[in-house]
Ligand binder design. Structure first.
Ligand code: FAD
Ligand code: DLZ
Ligand code: SF4
Length: 508
């Protein structure tokens, strides 16, 4: 019997396990642009355009390889609206009930495949370095699931930057060399920008017609939308950006949206690039002496360490992970996350570039928008859905552990051993944001005080009980406790006043 081969929007890889298990002379590939996937959160229009254009080009690529592809465009009169609907319609048209799928990256879609009344075989997603079983075995019996130890196993497994059984350069991790503050100027020209073509133009019109009310600009669309372009982009960055990636990985600049970052997350996550080939390109550059060890190791750690580790946590912890709320936070996400005016320059810059590019780099996500949401106590699911919507690289398996776990400490400390919070001081040290801000980062109280300075102590004070056994937080509480009692009261009262203004919808 003919089988249907499901290929989802983030499964655009020649080596996809579902394709590998099918027969192109008999079986039929099913791909569908559907409102169900395009609206489960209000995705950034550039993210939707990127995925739809990449899906259309991948469908054409498969046809070129000899596959029969049933492709539904969003504006087709008989568009099936959901993934399940697409499978049911194709099953009827081809007189079959058999489906081969590769495991989706979201529990919601996994459930949909379980529920569809067809005979669905779900194969493992082999585009990762660690299988679920390997991650479970690594996690088994450990008191703390620290990424660093998992990463070392992945170095051994892949052989990347290894000299025998020893790490190249004599140490596993060069992170201490990767914390330089914002440079005076950036010498890398930034990501390779691609001209629109017939496919992207048609998709941009479709997205403009259907999603123009979503947060995010569709202007100046430049993403790569097929594998060849993504590879060109990768090599452009390896040549121009990688060498200084390590040094300035944590830096932030108001007028430099990309610094030395690779901007490969969206391409790897959609399947256009393979994570191992990306790491091998970086390792090659290091071997040829065009990239220093701290840059190459730092980058490879992000991919075979963090990326694999967060995926392991997502599947280990199960579908309830996204509803965790260890600190019982319940504030609504402020409108400034959707582009309403704010005087906080760091937030304004990070959110504005998110609106323009569907991109912000790691430290902007973690220490600006994530830090602020945590300090003010946003309900974790609301900020989780924001991140899932606004970034082109956001799919739940990778986004949720980063937001719920790393950024919001809502999983109670599975991913982070202490919350990633900071006052304005850290942002000032790592960025050029504060110089042009309406608030004064050195001012601790009063109308000019940087809100992060007030909110930092407010967070610690209100969450004291939750952290009473966390030894890594001891120093912070000792500094707070030593502060003059009157000053403490002023800080808390001013933080409360700030939060009241925020809740009232006033510009802060
Ligand atoms: P670079 O800075 O150049 O890093 C290289 C690559 O390493 C990334 O492309 C990515 O594949 C990988 N990587 C780095 N850090 C992580 C990490 N913590 N988890 C997983 N992979 C990592 N990453 C996503 O891919 N999708 C998300 O939805 C996402 N949401 C995030 C939300 C928050 C709150 C935080 C703190 C981080 C999030 N990240 C997410 C991780 C990281 O910020 C992005 O991978 C990175 O900014 C993508 O930009 P880049 O490709 O230029 O990465
Ligand atoms: C994110 C996304 C969007 C916006 N649209 C589609 C779509 O129309 N069709 C599709 O197959 N996939 C889409 N995706 C990606 C899926 O949501 C993704 O496969 C799941 O989130 C699992 O990672
Ligand atoms: Fe952000 Fe405070 Fe600096 Fe302003 S002063 S940019 S609010 S950290």
């Amino acid at each position: 019997m003919v089988k249907l081969v499901l290929v989802l929007g983030d499964q655009l890889s020649d080596g996809l396990s579902a394709l590998g298990a099918a027969d192109k002379t008999i079986d039929v590939v099913v791909m569908a642009e559907v409102m169900g996937e395009a609206t489960y959160v209000p995705h950034h229009p550039k993210k939707i355009a990127f995925l739809f254009a990449a899906m259309r080009k991948f469908a054409a690529r498969l046809e070129g390889q000899g596959w029969r592809v049933v492709y539904s465009k969003l504006d087709d009169a008989d568009n099936p609206k959901t993934i399940s609907g697409a499978l049911l319609a194709a099953a009827q048209a081809h007189g079959t009930s058999e489906v081969i799928a590769t495991e989706p990256g979201e529990w919601r879609v996994i459930k949909a495949l379980e529920d569809v009344p067809l005979d669905v075989t779900v194969l493992p997603d082999t585009r990762f370095m660690a299988t679920h079983a390997e991650f479970e075995a690594w996690a088994e019996g450990r008191k703390a699931l620290r990424m660093e130890y998992f990463y070392r196993d992945m170095r051994r497994k892949t052989g990347l930057m290894m000299e025998g059984d020893k790490p190249a350069g004599g140490q596993w991790n060069f992170d201490h060399d990767n914390r330089k503050p914002a440079p005076g100027s950036v010498t890398y020209e930034g990501p390779l920008r691609f001209q629109t073509d017939d496919v992207t133009r048609e998709v941009l019109t479709l997205v403009r017609e259907n999603f123009s009310n979503n947060f995010g600009s569709l202007d100046d669309f430049w993403f790569a939308t097929d594998r060849e372009q993504a590879l060109q982009h990768l090599h452009h960055w390896v040549q121009g950006g990688l060498a200084q990636f390590g040094d300035f990985q944590d830096a932030m600049m108001g007028d430099e949206k990309f610094l030395y970052h690779a901007i490969v997350g969206l391409y790897i996550n959609a399947g256009l690039l393979d994570p191992l080939e990306v790491c091998q390109a970086v390792e090659e550059a290091w071997k040829h002496g065009t990239a220093p060890i701290n840059a190459a190791e730092g980058f490879i750690r992000q991919i075979i360490g963090w990326r694999e580790y967060v995926r392991g946590i997502y599947f280990l912890e199960g579908p309830e992970y996204t509803s965790r709320n260890a600190l019982k936070h319940n504030r609504n996400l402020p409108a400034l996350y959707w582009g309403e005016k704010t005087w906080m320059r760091c937030m304004d810059k990070a959110i504005d570039q998110t609106r323009e590019e569907a991109y912000a780099h790691h430290i902007q996500r973690l220490m600006v928008t994530g830090n602020f949401a945590l300090l003010i106590g946003v309900e974790p699911t609301q900020i989780h859905e924001w991140y899932l919507a606004v970034y082109a690289d956001a799919f739940e398996w990778v986004e949720a552990p980063n937001v719920i776990g790393m950024s919001q400490f809502a999983d109670g400390g599975i991913i982070a051993s202490k919350p990633y919070i900071s006052s304005g001081n850290y942002i000032d040290k790592m960025s050029d944001y504060c110089k042009g801000c309406s608030y004064k980062v050195k001012v601790k109280t009063g109308p000019d005080a940087c809100p992060f300075n007030l909110l930092y102590w407010h967070f610690l004070d209100r969450n004291r009980a939750a952290f009473s056994n966390n030894h890594r937080m001891g120093n912070m509480y000792r500094v707070w406790d030593k502060m003059d009692a009157e000053k403490r009261e002023t800080v808390l009262a001013e933080a409360d006043a700030f939060l009241a203004k925020l809740d009232a919808g006033e510009t802060v």
